[in-house]
Design a protein around this ligand. Structure first.
Ligand SMILES: [Zn+2]
Length: 168
């Protein structure tokens, strides 16, 4: 089981997350081009909670695909193939088409790190993360309820995961 990543991308040491991996554009990527497609086990909310949510090692490699469903690895051996290594940024360049397909939100230049705003797929009250993206307008703290923020709904529009987009 493996997530799909475009041949135009590569995993390297992140510039956003100093201690971790990031996904980068190896060549130019056009607006709305597919960057990746998430693979994983379908995990129900109760099970995801029990496993420690987004703060567990497998949780970090998990994508929320509906209010009560998540897609991700179940053990540490599966993490590498399933993790897309996309970090959060308050000034993202990739978003969603549907729930599992990740696309460019604008033309992306060779060498840019690919990042999404976690608000576009997370609806999970317990989620809370300090943001170190350093971008203009950084929210500093990212929560699992930010998707309700009208400004962000307007800013990202169709690039929200469709299960969230359908709520506003
Ligand atoms: Zn930020």
């Amino acid at each position: 089981m493996k997530s799909y990543l475009s041949h135009k991308t590569e995993k390297r040491k992140s510039k956003i997350d100093n201690s971790g991996w990031g996904l980068f554009a190896k060549e130019g990527i056009k607006k709305d081009e597919i960057v990746g497609i998430k693979a994983g086990h379908i995990i129900e909310r109760q099970e995801f909670d029990k496993r420690g949510g987004f703060s567990s090692k497998t949780g970090e490699a998990t994508l929320q695909i509906a209010d009560d469903f998540f897609l991700g690895p179940l053990n540490s051996k599966e993490i590498e193939d399933i993790m897309m290594s996309v970090n959060h940024s308050c000034s993202p360049n990739i978003g969603f088409m549907g729930n599992i397909i990740v696309v460019a939100m604008r033309d992306i230049k060779k060498g840019e790190e690919l990042a999404t705003d976690y608000v576009m797929h997370i609806n999970y009250p317990k989620f809370n993360m300090k943001c170190l993206c350093n971008q203009k307008g950084c929210r500093k703290v990212i929560t699992g309820q930010d998707w309700q923020n009208k400004k962000l709904q307007k800013k990202y529009g169709k690039y929200f995961s469709s299960y969230l987009r359908n709520k506003f």
